[in-house]
Design a protein around this ligand. Structure first.
Ligand code: AR6
Length: 192
């Protein structure tokens, strides 16, 4: 699979300032909403999902039970309970099955739908984990490109979002994000 960052996806200069990269724990982020890499049942699990439920407390699972699950590529919102973030936006990434089952489109849809839901709820600051790159096995380099490209595309057409934080839990993801963002920045300023 080849994913390229095309000229049409290049960000407007001011959008660079809205993107932050952090190596750390998503549950500790001071933003209005954190995004959960959940599963279709929305009833908790391992990885970042488990960490969010542990940090949020019992209220979160109770509210999740009322949501009737979530389709892959879609997103639903709850309150944040004991988290610093007032909201959790739960999205369901695709399980990697070799790349021919619409996985890239579904992953892009997770980022877009999460941002749609954020805007519908007046949320302007949002933190994402590296959706699908843990238990669901999506190759990290491709997932990184999709995440960055989709978020920049969204920012280019939606001015309301003020800050997006990519929170990486492992060094491999962090390095991939840092080099991709660095590359785009460099190419972009060359064309100014
Ligand atoms: N903060 C930030 N990132 C984290 C944290 C954390 N506290 N913990 C893990 N990660 P995963 P998936 C990173 O497996 O691949 C769950 O069981 C991790 O390093 O959490 O979308 C759900 O219930 C990885 O890069 O989510 C689903 O069943 C990234 O988060 C399934 O896993 C995503 O890894 C979803 O799988």
């Amino acid at each position: 699979m080849r994913i390229s960052v095309e000229m049409s996806h290049y960000p407007l200069t001011e959008n660079f300032r809205k993107i932050q990269l952090v190596l750390g724990d998503l549950t500790q982020q001071n933003v209005e909403a954190i995004v959960n890499a959940a599963n279709n049942a929305l009833l908790g699990g391992g990885g970042v999902d488990g960490a969010i439920h542990r940090a949020a407390g019992q209220g979160l699972i109770e509210e999740c039970r009322t949501l009737n699950g979530c389709e892959t590529g879609d997103a639903k919102i709850t309150k944040g309970y004991n988290l610093l973030a007032k909201h959790v936006i739960h999205t369901v990434g695709p399980v990697w099955r070799g790349g021919m089952r619409n996985e890239p489109e579904l992953l892009a849809s997770c980022y877009r739908r999460s941002l749609d839901v954020a805007l519908e709820n007046g949320i302007k600051t949002i933190a994402f984990p590296n959706i699908s790159t843990g238990v669901y096995g999506f190759p990290k380099p491709e997932a990184t490109k999709i995440a960055i490209q989709t978020v920049f595309d969204f920012l280019n057409s939606h001015n309301e979002i003020e800050r997006i934080v990519f929170v990486c839990f492992d060094n491999e993801n962090y390095s991939l994000y840092a080099s991709n963002l660095g590359e785009i920045r460099q190419n972009f300023s060359c064309n100014c």
